[in-house]
Design a protein. Sequence first.
Length: 238
Amino acid sequence: MNASQQGGEGQGGSTPGKWRILCVDDDAEILSLLKMTLTMHHEVVTAEGGLEALRIIGLCEPDFVICDVRMPDLDGFATVSTIRRHPDYADIPVFFLTAEKTRDGARRGFESGCNLYLHKPLDPNRLLLNIDYFTRESGHSVRPKTHTIEELEHVLESLRATPAEPATIGPSEPMPRPAPRAAPTPTVAPAAETKRPSDDELKAEHEAFLADRKARERAFWQKRYANIQEFIDQHMKE
């Protein structure tokens, strides 16, 4: 059973079996491509930066977050750390999707609370398969929603037209139920189809990320202890 089949009957504003994914990036083209890639199987809400993500997350009630790292208003590490500190979103699955390829970037990503650290350029097929694999293996389920995706699109248009208030991830307020609106036509061409990785390949990819994370943690503490020992040895000589 894949991720699009999980979740059972819809409750409130949720669509049966569909994950609601909040995509956060300051690049409008990346957001368009993510929306076009994911909407075939999931519900998608976009935020043009970390501050906007924190401002709207209580309204969107996402099941999953995909976040960029390099953003001018609030970077991805701070955005995800803030989301993780809220009890309603402490265990929400989070993927980073970023052009940041340094080891320190991956370390900070895991420390801030991400479940997987993926690199751009975006491979739509691999992203969908990673979401499918992670949601299937982790046992997460689709949360009940207060509002439908059509209601959200309508209210977020109005919200973005008003001056920004301090970011919040509190519970959403009741809002009127508008008539359904047609989704905008994507403007970004789909990427070329790629070979579908097997479950074993996806499992190996996830295990490699975890192994790399543990190796970097070991290296960090070994260096830390070495510095402490060097400090002690220096003072013993004195």
